[in-house]
Design a protein around this ligand. Structure first.
Ligand code: GRF
Length: 219
C-alpha cells in the first residue's frame, strides 16, 4: 500500500490553512501526514495546531543574514524528509537558494487570481482596481515572487461596500477547500510542474483548474 505523503508546512500567522489540511487528513480527504511546521514567527498561532515536537520556529533577527536564516530553515525542512512543502500563510520571501533546493515540490497559496496582484495587500488592490471578482491561487514557488505555474484557483465576487477585511474573509472561505483539493491532487501524483507548465494526468493545462461549489477541481 502506498504510504501517506509527507508534508511540511511553512506558516507565519494564525494557521487556518494548516488547520484545514489537518482536518482534511483527519476526515480522510487528504492522504498525507504533516511531518513538520516551520515558522519565522515564534509566536505564530499556527504552531499551536501540532505537537511541539513537530515545530521549528526561529526569528530571522537571530541570524546574521537572510541567507543564513534560509539555510537553517532549509536544513530543518530537509531533516523531516518531506515529499511536499506547502507555504500556507508564510509571509516571508524565500530566497532563490531555498526555492531551488526544494524546486518542484514547493507550493504556495496566494490570495489573488494570479497573475493579478502579486505580493501584499491583494484585497485592497482588488477593490481599488474595481474588479468584479477576486480569489485565491495555489501555485508552484519559483524565485520570482508569486510567479510560478498556477495549479488551481477559486473565485469570489467583490461586493458593493466590501472592505479589504470583508473581502479577505470571503476569500479565506474558498482558500481552505482550494488548498485541500489542490494538495490532494499533488499527493496523488496526478499533478506536476514541467518547464513552467502544469501537467494533469500527463496533459499540459492551458489554464488553472477551477474549484466548483462542491469543492471539486476541474479544467
Ligand atoms: C491567507 O490569506 C493566505 O493566503 C495568506 O495569508 C493568509 C494566512 O491565513 N498568504 P492563515 O494563517 O492560513 O489563517
Amino acid at each position: 500500500m502506498k504510504r501517506p505523503a509527507r508534508i511540511a508546512v511553512l506558516a507565519s500567522g494564525r494557521g487556518s490553512n494548516l488547520q484545514c489540511l489537518l482536518d482534511g487528513i483527519a476526515g480522510g480527504q487528504l492522504d498525507a501526514d504533516i511531518v513538520g511546521v516551520f515558522s519565522d514567527k515564534p509566536a505564530a498561532a499556527a504552531l499551536d495546531k501540532v505537537p511541539a515536537a513537530l515545530c521549528w520556529a526561529r526569528s530571522p533577527k537571530d541570524f546574521d543574514s537572510r541567507d543564513a536564516f534560509d539555510a537553517a530553515l532549509g536544513d530543518a525542512v530537509a531533516a523531516c524528509k518531506p515529499d511536499w512543502i506547502i507555504c500556507a500563510g508564510y509571509m516571508r520571501i524565500l530566497g532563490a537558494d531555498f526555492v531551488q533546493r526544494f524546486s518542484g515540490r514547493l507550493i504556495n497559496i496566494h490570495p489573488s487570481l494570479l497573475p493579478l496582484h502579486k505580493g501584499l495587500h491583494t484585497h485592497a488592490r482588488a477593490i481599488e482596481a474595481g474588479h468584479a471578482e477576486h480569489g485565491a491561487s495555489v501555485h508552484f514557488v519559483v524565485p520570482e515572487l508569486d510567479a510560478g505555474a498556477v495549479i488551481a484557483q477559486a473565485r469570489v465576487p467583490v461586493l458593493p461596500g466590501d472592505t479589504p477585511e470583508t473581502l479577505a474573509e470571503r476569500v479565506l472561505g474558498i482558500e481552505h477547500p482550494l488548498l485541500l483539493a489542490s494538495v490532494q491532487l499533488l499527493v496523488s501524483g496526478r499533478v506536476a510542474e514541467q518547464e513552467g507548465m502544469i501537467r494533469l494526468d500527463g496533459q499540459s493545462l492551458l489554464s488553472p483548474l477551477r474549484l466548483d461549489s462542491a469543492g471539486t477541481l476541474s479544467g
